[in-house]
Design a protein around this ligand. Structure first.
Ligand SMILES: [Zn+2]
Ligand SMILES: [Zn+2]
Length: 346
C-alpha cells in the first residue's frame, strides 16, 4: 500500500510516499481502507519538529480517520467487511479504571493512533475493533473523518469540561481553525450565545454563515477582551474556549465573567503564558485543559452530523501525496476548517 512517511521534520518537512506491506491484523483487529484522514495541528506540530514526545519512529501519522472495513480478525463480532467506520483517537484496553469510567482516551495502556501506533495517512490502517465506531447513513464518509477530532474533542470540552448551560455566553477564540469552526456549532447546539474571535478578515463571512454566531475581528496584538466585554454588557463570557493557547491567554482571561471557565484546547506557539493570579482569584475563575474525546462523544458527534446540527467544515480535500502543501496551508492559518488528505482509492 501507499503510505506517507515523515522522513525528516522541519520548517519544510521531508514527507515521502512509500510502498509498504499491508498492516497485519491480530485476532481483535480490523483492517480499514482509509477514505479520508484529517490533517490536524497535532500532525503539523510533529511534522515541524515542535512535538516529538511519544511519537514512535517510523510511525504513520494521522488520527482523524474514516473508512470502510476490509477485513476483520477471528474474534471480531462487532464489525464486518463493508462497514463504514470512524476511528477513536486512542486504542484502549477497555478494562482499566479509566476505561471503565468512560475515559477511554486516557486509558492506562492507551496508544495514540497516528502517534504510538500507525494512523491514517495511508491506504489502509489496522486498529482494534473496539476503536472503530459505525458511521450513520447520510453522513458522507469523507466528512465523517472529523467526527472524533475536531468535533468530538469540542463536545468533550463544551459539555463535559466547561459544562455549558443554555443561555450562557461562549467565546470561541481561534474561531476559523478546525477546532474553532466546529466548537462554534457545538456550543450553539447547547443553547449558548456564541461569539467567535478570529484574526482572519477573510474568514469572517464564513463564520457568520454558520448562523447564530457573532464575530470579533482581532489582530495579533489586539486585546479583544474589551470588545468581548462591550458585547456582553461588561459581564464577560461564562466560558472561553481557547484553541490558540499562550498567545491569547491574557485576553481570554480578561474576557471571563465572574465564575467564568476557560478551557485551553490547544497551544499553537509552544510559548509560556505569563499572567497575574489575582485575575483568576477575583473572578473565581476556573482554568482547565481538554484534549481527546471518549467513544460516547464521538457517537454524539456523528449524531449531530447526521441531523445537521453540526456541519463538517472541510477547507479542501487533498491527495495524500500533496501533504506538504497541506502542511503549509495549515501553518499559514488561511484554511477555514480542516484540510483532509485522501489516499489513493485503489
Ligand atoms: Zn486532530
Ligand atoms: Zn484502559
Amino acid at each position: 500500500m501507499k503510505a506517507l512517511y515523515l522522513e525528516a521534520p522541519g520548517e519544510e518537512p521531508d514527507l515521502q510516499i512509500r510502498d509498504v506491506p499491508l498492516p497485519e491484523i491480530r485476532e481483535r483487529d480490523a483492517l480499514v481502507r482509509v477514505a479520508a484522514c484529517g490533517l490536524c495541528h497535532h500532525d503539523v506540530a510533529v511534522m515541524s519538529g515542535m512535538l516529538r514526545r511519544g511519537v514512535r519512529p517510523e510511525i504513520i501519522l494521522g488520527h482523524e480517520i474514516s473508512g470502510v472495513v476490509q477485513q476483520v480478525g477471528g474474534s471480531v463480532q462487532s464489525l464486518q467487511e463493508g462497514d463504514r467506520v470512524v476511528a477513536t483517537l486512542t486504542a484502549f484496553c477497555g478494562e482499566c479504571d479509566r476505561c471503565l469510567s468512560g475515559l477511554q482516551y486516557r486509558c492506562r495502556q492507551g496508544q495514540g493512533v497516528g502517534h504510538a501506533i500507525s494512523g491514517g495517512f495511508a491506504q489502509y490502517v489496522a486498529l482494534p475493533a473496539t476503536s472503530l465506531l459505525p458511521v450513520p447513513d447520510g453522513v458522507d464518509i469523507v466528512e465523517a473523518c472529523v467526527a472524533a477530532c475536531p468535533v468530538g474533542v469540542t463536545i468533550q470540552a463544551i459539555s463535559e469540561v466547561a459544562r455549558v448551560k443554555p443561555g450562557e455566553t461562549v467565546l470561541v477564540v481561534g474561531a476559523g481553525g478546525g477546532l474553532g469552526a466546529h466548537a462554534l456549532q457545538v456550543a450553539a447546539t447547547q443553547g449558548a450565545r456564541v461569539i467567535g474571535v478570529t484574526t482572519s478578515p477573510g474568514k469572517m463571512q464564513a463564520i457568520e454563515a454558520l448562523g447564530n454566531v457573532e464575530v470579533i475581528l482581532s489582530t495579533e496584538d489586539l486585546d479583544f477582551s474589551e470588545i468581548a466585554m462591550a458585547l456582553t454588557g461588561d459581564e464577560g463570557a461564562d466560558v472561553v474556549l481557547n484553541t490558540v493557547g499562550s498567545a491569547v491567554f491574557n485576553s481570554c482571561l480578561a474576557s471571563l465573567s465572574q465564575f467564568g471557565r476557560m478551557v485551553v484546547m490547544g497551544e499553537v506557539t509552544g510559548a509560556r503564558a505569563n499572567f497575574n493570579l489575582t485575575d483568576v482569584l477575583f473572578r473565581d475563575a476556573t482554568i482547565a485543559g481538554s484534549t481527546g474525546t471518549s467513544p460516547s462523544n464521538i457517537a454524539r458527534a456523528l449524531g449531530m452530523m447526521s441531523t445537521g446540527g453540526v456541519k463538517p467544515i472541510i477547507h479542501e480535500r487533498m491527495n495524500l501525496a500533496n501533504a506538504a502543501e497541506g502542511f503549509r496551508l495549515v501553518r499559514s492559518r488561511n484554511a477555514f476548517g480542516r484540510i483532509v488528505l485522501i489516499p489513493p482509492q485503489a
